[in-house]
Design a protein around this ligand. Structure first.
Ligand SMILES: [Fe+2]
Ligand SMILES: [Fe+2]
Length: 276
């Protein structure tokens, strides 16, 4: 906690207005990580929360998944999504309310783009699990939710500023808030008891060289870049990728194809979530 200043230390210590996820979701997420847990047990826990059940079924039946027949039971949904897929959709559903608010809404779209790009990159390269990568991408900027809630004006001002690179932005956050969003995100993710690889992706998504053993951190790092390439030409994206990303992500990717699929998948997810 030494790198988090007094103000945030207090917020984190007292759980004062700290973003939270429902208990049933925490329990379900822990069960997914438990190798002894089976589909019926997980289904029973999820079914205990009718709102989560309804939202998950709606997700499964959305265009995002494109299943040919209607899924009506949660146990069926778990079979079709798999344990990791169920995990990522639970996180998608329960984290949606955290992104409500002036500063956080734009962040939600960015997070969905990073999630879908992470999942696509993981699938295309085969270096880590696509569904787990989706979850890591979705929550990579978790710390920004804390900043947006507690320091909205300063947060919005920094969001509008231009920075030469990631480290400049993090230095600015340190100056203004006394903490950076990867550090705050790591603190919160640890409290939520998220899987270690997700916590690392949140902590190191701007500095993957500090977690060289984790493929998923690199995937989220590359996805985070691709999620913010609107307005750039294909050549500009390729050049920026080679200059800033390739050193930590030395894997060949068809960037145009990843971006195109990321945009389509994100639009489908936005439509599904706007039903909630
Ligand atoms: Fe970030
Ligand atoms: Fe980001």
């Amino acid at each position: 906690m030494s790198t988090v200043n007094q103000r945030f230390a207090q917020i984190l210590e007292n759980h004062q207005d700290l973003p939270s996820i429902p208990l049933v979701a925490t329990r379900a997420l822990q069960m997914i990580d438990d190798p002894t847990c089976n589909i019926n047990q997980l289904g029973a826990v999820i079914s205990g929360d009718p709102s989560l059940t309804a939202k998950l079924l709606r997700m499964v039946n959305s265009a995002y998944f494109g299943f040919s027949r209607e899924v009506t039971r949660i146990s069926e949904a778990i079979v079709m999504l798999g344990f990791s897929g169920t995990h990522s959709m639970i996180l998608g559903v329960v984290s949606r309310p955290l992104f409500k608010g002036i500063a956080a809404e734009k962040l939600w779209i960015h997070s969905l783009r990073c999630a879908t790009a992470s999942s696509i990159i993981a699938r295309d390269t085969g270096i880590c699990h696509p569904d787990d990568s989706f979850s890591a991408g979705l929550l990579h900027d978790l710390g920004k939710i804390i900043l947006a809630r507690h320091c909205e004006k300063d947060f919005l001002r920094i969001e509008e500023e231009q920075f030469a690179d990631d480290s400049q932005r993090l230095t600015r956050e340190m100056e203004v808030f006394g903490a950076t969003h990867p550090i705050l995100g790591e603190e919160l993710a640890t409290r939520w008891k998220l899987p270690t690889v997700m916590i690392k992706s949140i902590r190191y998504h701007h500095s993957p060289e500090q977690a060289p053993e984790e493929a998923m951190v690199k995937v989220v790092f590359a996805a985070n870049f691709l999620a913010e390439t609107d307005g750039l030409s294909s050549e500009e994206i390729q050049a920026a990728f080679e200059k800033n990303i390739s050193v930590n992500f030395p894997v060949t990717l068809n960037l145009d194809s990843v971006i195109e699929r990321m945009k389509i998948k994100t639009e489908e997810l936005i439509k599904t979530f706007s039903l909630f």
